[in-house]
Design a protein. Structure first.
Length: 188
């Protein structure tokens, strides 16, 4: 595998982000981008740009100047929080499972569904020719990706913080990285 430079940008805030509510698959629009504090710096010279099928990521891509280049990939959609959608994230965060065992939480999508979508996206990156990729995504999805990248353990996703509009850059270097090791172990 050749090295892949990947930038993961969480969508800009919505009214529910500002109110501390979990959105999941609720398709909320971003707030007026003219009131944003500052956009994260992203490389304009990327070969491929992706966003989820939820409007807030496409809107964010447009604010960053990538609206014409973005390709929608439903594997980037936010975790379906089920009955937690629209409720306060702080309430969910009080549950020990949130930080220690998110795979034990009852959500609209099983934890394995989220990790399977992250795996499909990762495998697609490995099979593609592009070496510089920009993703406009969601908090839980990006945290899951980063937890696997950093430690090989997606259960640590809620120990990772990702703010709205924040860009995280990773270099995927070899089949021996945490991603390849994790996905090889779950695909056997």
């Amino acid at each position: 595998m050749e090295e892949i430079s990947l930038s993961l940008v969480r969508h800009l805030p919505t009214d529910w982000n500002e109110a501390g509510k979990l959105q999941g698959r609720a398709d909320r629009s971003i707030l007026d981008p003219s009131v944003r504090k500052q956009l994260a710096a992203v490389d304009d010279d990327v070969e491929k740009v992706f966003c989820s099928s939820l409007q807030r990521t496409g809107q964010t891509a447009s604010v960053f100047g990538f609206g014409e280049r973005v390709e929608i990939n439903p594997d980037l959609d936010e975790w379906d929080f089920g009955e937690w959608e629209g409720r306060q994230k702080a309430d969910l965060a009080t549950l020990p499972e949130w930080r220690e065992a998110p795979d034990q939480l009852k959500m609209g999508e099983p934890f394995g569904g989220l990790t399977a979508r992250v795996a499909r996206f990762y495998r697609g990156l490995c099979e593609a020719d592009e070496r510089s990729v920009l993703v406009f995504g969601h908090g839980a999805w990006i945290r899951c990706f980063l937890a696997i990248f950093r430690s090989g353990n997606p259960l640590e996703m809620n120990l990772v913080e990702v703010q709205n509009g924040e860009a995280n850059r990773v270099q995927l270097r070899s089949p021996a990285d945490h991603f390849a090791t994790y996905f090889d172990s779950v695909s056997k």
